[in-house]
Each structure stands twice: as C-alpha cells, then as structure tokens.
Design a protein around this ligand. Structure first.
Ligand SMILES: CSCCC(=O)C(=O)COP(=O)(O)O
Ligand SMILES: [Zn+2]
Length: 202
C-alpha cells in the first residue's frame, strides 16, 4: 500500500467515525492528511463524509492544485493555511458538530477553555490549568478571505489549536489522523460542557 492509500483509508475511516457521532451530517465536513513529499490527500467536494470510499480522496499539491483533475473540498484553502503555519501538522479535520455550532451562538469572538482535564488530550498541553483560547470567526463563503483572517489570528497569537466558524463547525488538527481525531473528540466534549454550563447558569 502506498502512503497515499494508507492515509486515504484513514480519512475514510475518520469520516465513518465522525458521521457515527453525528458530527458531519449530510455532505458537511472535510478531511485531509499531508504526505511526506508535501502533497496532501483531501476529500473531494460534495461527498457524504460518512459514506466515503478511497475513490473520494484525491491528491493536491501544497498550493491546492488538484493532481488528478478532480475537485477538492471547497474549503481546501483552510486546510492549506494550517499546513503552511504548522509544519508538524499531518492531518486536518473539519466537523460540523452541534456543540461547536451552539457555542458559536452563545459566545462571541472566542471561547475560552480552562480547568478541563481533557485539555491534556491536545498536543503540547500538559495541565488542566492551561488557558486555551479558541477563536470564533464569522462564517464566510469567501474561503480565501476567511483563511486570511485565520492566518492573521495566528500571526498575532503565535499559537492555535483549533478554531470555530460561527454557525458552521470547527477545524482541528494533529500530527496524524488519529491525533486529529482525538483533538476533535476532546474539543467537542469541552464545547458541549461549556454550552451546557451556559444553560445552567442562565
Ligand atoms: C452542506 S455543507 C456546506 C459546505 C461545507 O461547509 C463543508 O464542510 C463541505 O464542503 P466540501 O466541499 O468539502 O464537501
Ligand atoms: Zn464546512
């Protein structure tokens, strides 16, 4: 099996898992993984992510050009922005999960996660006392413009683990598809806790 085939199989499996959890309804979400040569395996646009086959994963170069003529995810630019900024990142996952969308309705500009043991599931965080700021960007159909906003945020803060797009979903990543899945699961859990806490307090 080639590197591409292995990563494509992992992305297909990630789609099944995220769909099973209810985090990529309908045709929403997109996933990618970076190969050793810098090219990227990414989901084709418009596919149902819970029912992917290996044929729904295509290869693009680091500028987002399709290497086989098929159309990659409409949100490819957001994946590329993360790969450009963080050389250690090997996989980017984008769910449209309920808690992320609800959080974006309740919290404006950012969601601060602190005093959560699950913060330690994220790369480079080793204590619940870490204060993690998850920025919330306004949704935008202009992906290059949205990617620029994300990039400016990274430029200003020098660090980013995940971000939410309001009324849409979130982006998370990791050093492998498995690590990115772990990040998604941990973040969705913490978003859900914050949303429920907000409900209890108000
Ligand atoms: C019905 S979901 C609208 C598009 C979107 O937000 C998404 O995540 C899926 O787009 P893609 O082109 O990657 O299929
Ligand atoms: Zn989306």
């Amino acid at each position: 099996m080639s590197d591409f085939d292995t990563l494509a199989a992992e992305l297909v499996e990630a789609g099944r898992e995220l769909y099973r959890r209810g985090w990529v309804p309908a045709t929403s979400g997109n996933f990618s993984a970076r190969l050793d040569d810098g090219t990227i395996a990414i989901t084709a646009s418009g596919r149902h992510k819970g029912r992917l086959t290996a044929g729904d994963i295509l290869r693009i170069d680091a500028e987002g050009r399709s290497l086989d003529g098929r159309r990659p995810s409409a949100e490819t630019g957001l994946h590329l922005g993360i790969y450009r900024r963080f050389p250690q990142v090997r996989a980017v996952l984008h769910p449209h999960s309920p808690a992320a969308v609800l959080a974006s309705r309740l919290f404006k500009g950012e969601l601060v996660l602190e005093d959560h043991e699950l913060l330690k599931a994220l790369d480079g965080i080793d204590t619940h006392a870490h204060r993690l700021v998850v920025p919330i960007f306004a949704n935008d159909q202009d992906i290059p413009r949205l990617a620029r906003k994300v990039d400016q945020w990274i430029e200003r803060h020098r660090r980013l683990h995940a971000y939410i797009i309001a009324g849409h979903g979130f982006y998370a990543w990791g050093g492998s598809v498995a690590a990115a899945l772990t990040a998604v699961e941990a973040l969705e859990f913490m978003f859900d806790c914050e949303v429920r806490l907000y409900g209890v307090r108000s």
